[in-house]
Design a protein around this ligand. Structure first.
Ligand code: UGA
Length: 444
């Protein structure tokens, strides 16, 4: 059992802290945000993540997990200090390292006994060496030994707890073998393959993984756009290429582009790193551009189906960047809803969990519905932007009856198009032929 301090109680810190406690370690999660620590100590979880509340509660009850804003005490009592603070995107696309630097310097000022510092935050290649310098630069006693490792994170929002407990691989990068073993031992209860690398490689693995997945998504979205023009069906194409094990079926779901706090930020940061290293990386450039444009493909179809937006009423289902999270960072809804409003439409929105986030983004400019049917009642068209499971279960006859015009635009390919014909709906999706309802069909 290790004594671990987790700096940062955001998404990565909280999930990792709770899960490391769950597998037997003694974890102190710390944050400079007193309010957040107060919320956590009151037993409330500030983010929506399935299963996290249960793990936190049981680890706290067993005395394995605690929350504090006393960062100095956390440094003193722990053997491993994980840095899991945010690295937001700066205006030039580079990762903003100010929080990582602040934690590193804090650790330096409070280092009295040997420690291992583990960088969990997503940081540009070369940062863990900077962390070492930032710590060393603040140490009162330079003879105290410490080492810095890189241990990048691969959890997905919405399934983070199960991703941690069923981890496929764990990357540990450090210069010294003992440091790698020390960090690897934290994950021993998971029986996960450990990839031992240098620090730069570990840092690069994180960016390369996210950029590769983003590339798969942009690739299938480009193929989808081509399918539409050539009479092919992207779902069949994805199945057909994905069953080749060299390609793989995952991350080939066509839609309205990737969002969230990771792919957009990390692809931009990698582009910035490449530029700085004197490499243009045109492939990555195209991935980013394809994704930017993909967010708007549904609007072209909407124009085709309803004409001018002026004076129309549009129902939007799904605001989060993907299902099972309330996170709206870089969500396609953040571009699509303002475009609808800008075109003169009245917009009614519904999301199963992201309504509070939506209010922060859209204020009083849209109408908030309490269920999907209320959102689409009397609307000229319904747009699906997130594939929440409850939308897949929609009663399509009811949808048909509630809509003023029977038009459904699906940015996530939630339904087989042939089903729409049976429900007399005009249906546009991504990479598939539209189904256009002719009133005469209903009475045939
Ligand atoms: C992503 C990675 O999958 C994690 O491995 C990584 O740890 C995380 O970023 C991170 O860097 O912290 P996440 O952003 O939570 O995780 O979500 P994903 O499930 O990867 O989805 C990202 C976006 O891609 C979503 O908007 C989703 O709708 C979209 N997507 C995903 C597609 O459009 N098509 C697909 O086939 C898959």
């Amino acid at each position: 059992m290790k004594k671990i301090a987790m700096f940062g109680t955001g998404y990565v810190g909280l999930v990792n802290g709770a899960c490391l406690a769950h597998i037997g370690h003694s974890v102190l999660c710390c944050d400079i945000d007193d309010r957040k620590i107060g919320t956590l100590n009151a037993g409330r979880i500030p983010i929506y993540e399935p299963g996290l509340d249960l793990i936190v509660r049981s680890a706290v009850t067993e005395g394995k997990l605690a929350f504090t804003s006393d960062l100095a005490a956390a440094v003193e009592r722990s053997d491993l200090l994980f840095i899991a603070v945010g690295t937001p995107m700066g205006h030039d696309g580079a990762a903003d390292l100010r929080y990582v630097q602040a934690v590193a310097e804090f650790i330096g000022r409070h280092l009295r006994t040997p420690k291992t510092v583990v960088v969990k935050s997503t940081v540009p290649v070369g940062t863990s060496r900077k962390v070492e310098r930032w710590i060393a630069g603040q140490m009162a006693d330079p003879s105290v030994r410490f080492d810095v490792a890189s241990n990048p994170e691969f959890l997905r929002e919405g399934s983070a707890v199960s991703d941690f407990l069923n981890m496929e691989r764990c990357i540990v990068g450090a210069d010294r073998e003992e440091t790698i073993e020390e960090v690897a031992s934290c994950f021993a209860p998971l029986d996960v393959p450990i990839h031992r690398t240098g620090r730069e490689s570990a840092e690069m693995i994180k960016y390369a993984a996210n950029a590769f997945l983003a590339t798969k998504i942009s690739f299938i979205n480009a193929i989808a756009n081509l399918c539409e023009r050539m009479g092919a069906d992207v779902e069949d194409v994805a199945e057909g290429i994905g069953s080749d094990s060299r390609i793989g079926r995952s991350f080939l779901k066509a839609g309205i582009g990737y969002g969230g706090s990771c792919f957009p930020k990390d692809t931009h940061a990698l582009r910035w790193m490449a530029e700085n290293a004197g490499y243009a990386f045109p492939l990555l450039e195209a991935v980013i551009r394809t994704n930017r444009e993909q967010k708007f493909v549904l609007l072209g179809k909407l124009a085709e189906a309803v004409g001018s937006l002026q004076g129309t009423k549009i129902g939007v289902l799904g605001l989060a960047f993907k299902p099972n999270t309330d996170d709206m960072r870089e969500a396609p809804s953040l571009d699509i809803v303002p475009a609808l409003l800008g075109g003169g439409a009245e917009v009614r929105v519904y999301d199963p969990v992201a309504m509070e986030e939506a209010r922060k983004a859209f204020g009083e400019e849209v109408t908030y519905a309490s269920d999907p049917y209320e959102a689409i009642a009397g609307c000229d068209a319904c747009l699906i932007l997130t594939e929440w499971p409850q939308f897949l279960e929609l009663d399509l006859d009811r949808v048909r009856e509630l809509l003023k015009r029977p038009i459904l635009l699906d940015g996530r390919n939630c339904f087989p198009p042939e089903r729409m014909r049976r429900h007399f709906l005009t249906y546009y999706s991504v990479g598939r032929e539209p189904v256009v309802f002719e009133p005469s069909e209903q009475y045939a």
